[in-house]
Ligand binder design. Sequence first.
Ligand SMILES: Nc1ncnc2c1ncn2[C@@H]1O[C@H](COP(=O)(O)OP(=O)(O)OP(=O)(O)O)[C@@H](O)[C@H]1O
Length: 315
Amino acid sequence: MGYVHPVSASSPAVEIRGLRKQFGEVTAVDGLDLLLPRGEILALLGPNGAGKTTTVEACEGFLRPDAGQVRVLGLDPTADNDRLRARIGVMLQGGGAYPGAKAGEMLALCAAYSADPLDPDWLLDMLGLRENVRTPYRRLSGGQQQRLALACALVGRPELVFLDEPTAGLDAHARILVWELISALRADGVSVLLTTHLLDEAEQLADQIVIIDHGAVVASGTPADLTGAHSQDRLRLVTATAFEASDLAAALGPGYRCERGTGGACTVIGAVTPQLIAEVAAWCAAHDILATEITAAQLSLEEVFLNLTGAEVRA
Ligand SMILES: Nc1ncnc2c1ncn2[C@@H]1O[C@H](COP(=O)(O)OP(=O)(O)OP(=O)(O)O)[C@@H](O)[C@H]1O
């Protein structure tokens, strides 16, 4: 018998150090570190081709890293794959489905692999699939197939689930059902590693967000950490009278710039202090400009993402 990795309930759900993966000339993952503690939800964000799927596949044991260490529930996902299989849930897009099998049969089959499965009927209700129990897989809509894939990943009551874009292509109602289910899993102590292109999804669900670009982490933290740490303070000014943004910037002095935004608003970028608000209001009064809105604002997660990666988040 070979070396058996020590496994303890206190080992993190996922721990990655210095992961590297090359496909020919392409470096898909380039020294990535990541830690998902037990019972938390981690959202992996990144532009197309950033290396999210490659990272998740290395965790699932589908890809062997070129360098670095990956531990999932304290185990090596490639060497200990047999021991991990029953403890993790993987959402496969349409994978392994018999086109003629009925949705309910497929879920029952997945449940049969587990010693202590979740109630398939509860899952079907949670995911709005109750009406489709007898529908053959090939007759399900794309969104229904996707929700069934999620149900199959979860029915075995895994300790950790990998969800690669779980709500891509779902309508708003189905997306909310999936979000509620993921939140219910978390309340049950399940750890979740998800990739998404939807920042509101990451913000709503994740305890921790890791933004990656070119195969490496560019920022990580709670949603509030990320928007807090990467925000420049900004003051939004809307006026009834037009003015030159550069005139206001000159009056405010060094440390401030002014940009014209959408809808005629002007954004003052720099430290937002009570004094700044008073100065902006006084400048407007001195120039007979009626300020209809002066609001202190922080960067949204979308703006933080854009600044860090230079890419639109949408696929
Ligand atoms: N099997 C493969 N063979 C060759 N190149 C690959 C392979 N898998 C991934 N790549 C390349 O590795 C890079 C990272 O791909 P990956 O799928 O991990 O990115 P991603 O962040 O999941 O992107 P997306 O958001 O578009 O799904 C890309 O340049 C991709 O083309």
